[in-house]
Design a protein around this ligand. Structure first.
Ligand code: GRF
Length: 204
């Protein structure tokens, strides 16, 4: 079984699916034991089709955001994860959620942070007219799209790109990077030294 992974999702789940497949191929020494969503979405369907526990926790079902967040945390804790991956999860995680999983909670973001944080990173990069954007995987801290960077990859912006074409090109890179990062994490090759992440080289 290896490491226990919980994935947080809100959307199409292509990164989650890539991670599940990499675990099945034993390219990542772990198993996606659960998928948590804040809404009904394709990612939940994919997870269920693959026999993975997937649950939807709707913020609207709770009195306050804090109650929702606490319920989400409690639900994730029950799966005893070694690694929690936010892969297209479109809600801000509360400080208590972050504290519960600190140093084992990572987020995937479609820009070269600190450039273009927020929910519209691809649109904002296009609007800014940059020739290069990319993707970042980082440990999550109490600020949005912020925390020690684990890895980043650039992606070129091409003439005629739309938000959709550029985002798809970024996601192709993200899927590989996410798999590599989860593998390194579960092999114990990622550690925090002070405020920086150190990634040890793998065997190959
Ligand atoms: C990815 O680009 C990720 O960086 C961002 O949301 C997107 C999720 O895509 N946070 P998918 O749901 O994995 O296809």
């Amino acid at each position: 079984m290896g490491g226990r992974i919980v994935v947080l999702v809100s959307g199409s789940g292509s990164n989650m699916a890539a991670l599940i497949e990499a675990c099945e191929r034993a390219e990542v020494p772990g198993t996606v034991v659960a998928v948590a969503a804040d809404r009904a979405c394709r990612a939940v369907e994919i997870a269920r089709e693959r026999g993975i526990d997937a649950f939807i926790m709707l913020p609207g079902d709770f009195d306050t955001r804090d109650h929702w967040s606490a319920a989400l945390r409690d639900a994730v804790v029950r799966y005893d994860p070694d690694l929690v991956v936010s892969a297209g999860f479109m809600r801000i995680l509360s400080p208590s959620f972050v504290d519960s999983f600190f140093e084992r909670l990572i987020n995937l973001h479609p820009s070269l942070l600190p450039n273009f944080p927020g929910a519209h990173a691809v649109r904002d990069a296009l609007a800014a007219g940059v020739t290069e954007t990319g993707t970042t995987i980082h440990l999550v801290d109490h600020q949005v799209d912020h925390g020690p960077v684990i890895t980043q990859r650039p992606v070129p912006v091409k003439a005629g790109d739309t938000v959709e074409t550029l985002h798809e090109r970024i996601k192709e890179v993200e899927r590989r990077l996410l798999v590599e990062t989860c593998r390194a994490f579960l092999e114990g090759r990622i550690r925090l030294e002070g405020d920086s992440v150190v990634v040890d080289e793998g065997a190959g």
